[in-house]
Design a protein around this ligand. Structure first.
Ligand SMILES: C[S@@+](CC[C@H](N)C(=O)[O-])C[C@H]1O[C@@H](n2cnc3c(N)ncnc32)[C@H](O)[C@@H]1O
Length: 285
């Protein structure tokens, strides 16, 4: 059995099974034998940093289930891969179809403004919600004053949320973004920060970052015009996925869109939505 190149700690089958069960109960993420090496690598870091004598000693602590340890564990076990404008067809669809549709159809509310709500529900380090924010600002720029726009970005992992809130990224992460948007929405750092950029206040102010476990209650206010649920349900089992789709459906406004990741689908829940583009699903009006 392979445990990765670093063999200084041994991970028994019993400890691995416990970690899989613990992860599932906390996050919904299903870990299989295929992930054993990844689990070993990620948790060895905790064991080394915190000077636990063994995996078993660390598992013993987890079994006592202290709340602080839970979040430390979750932050290490989640996969946070993301990038600006990842799966660009979703942002193209917003620009070409959805935002023009909403601009034409939305009516002003009692406060005299048109309401737009978008939720990035597994936002990781913020690249996804900031890409949504730039897309929205570009489309609505001529009539921004009549819009009440709120973007919600949530994730289970408190570390990635801090990165998103700060809005500071290495320059190489925005390298492939259109020059026009780089100049408009990012400020280059100076001195020791010259390899970093910071998103502008205008972009940052549009987004509320908040910790939320998709498995738990959602203390948030809909309805949403668009929900991004990308590259997260892939880690869950079918029952969890179907349960989440029902809840996303309820959180969407009639006609609202649900965006999934490239290798995700609605399964049996597809019958409740219209498939209007690649991994783009509309709740019927
Ligand atoms: C691979 S990233 C996807 C980021 C972004 N949506 C994208 O497609 O680029 C998956 C994110 O899901 C989050 N996640 C995993 N389980 C979660 C849960 N139960 N509730 C909320 N977020 C969760 C992870 O912390 C991680 O940041």
């Amino acid at each position: 059995m392979s445990q990765g190149r670093d063999q200084s700690y041994s991970l028994s089958n019993e400890d691995f099974d416990f970690i899989c069960q613990y992860t599932y109960e906390l996050t919904g993420i299903v870990l299989s034998q295929k992930k054993r090496e990844m689990v070993y690598r990620r948790l060895t870091r905790i064991i080394r940093e915190r000077k636990f004598p063994s995996f078993t000693a660390y598992c013993d602590l987890l079994k006592k289930n202290p709340v602080q340890e839970q979040s430390y564990f979750v932050n290490k076990i989640t996969t946070n891969l993301t990038s600006f404008y990842r799966e660009p067809h979703h942002f193209d669809y917003l620009t070409e179809h959805e935002l023009p549709r909403l601009m034409a159809n939305k009516v002003k509310q009692a406060n005299g403004k048109k309401r737009l709500r978008i939720w990035s529900s597994a936002s990781s380090t913020g690249e996804e919600p900031y890409s949504i924010a730039m897309t929205v600002l570009e489309s609505l720029q001529a009539e921004l004053s009549i819009w009440d726009i709120k973007l919600l970005a949530t994730d289970i992992d408190s570390n990635v949320l801090s990165v998103g809130k700060a809005g500071v990224y290495e320059y190489r992460k925005i390298e492939s973004i259109d020059e026009k948007y780089k100049a408009k929405y990012f400020k280059r750092g100076a001195g020791s920060n010259e390899n970093n950029v910071r998103v502008t206040k205008e972009l940052n102010n549009l987004i509320t970052f908040k910790q939320l476990n998709l498995l738990h209650d959602w203390p948030i206010k809909g309805p949403f015009d668009v929900i991004f649920c990308r590259n997260v349900i892939i880690y869950f089992d079918k029952t969890t996925q179907q349960d989440l789709f029902t809840r996303y459906y309820d959180m969407l406004a009639p006609g609202g869109l649900l965006m999934l990741g490239h290798s995700e689908n609605l399964g049996a829940y597809q019958q409740h939505f219209d498939n209007v583009g690649r991994t783009i699903f509309r709740k019927p009006l």
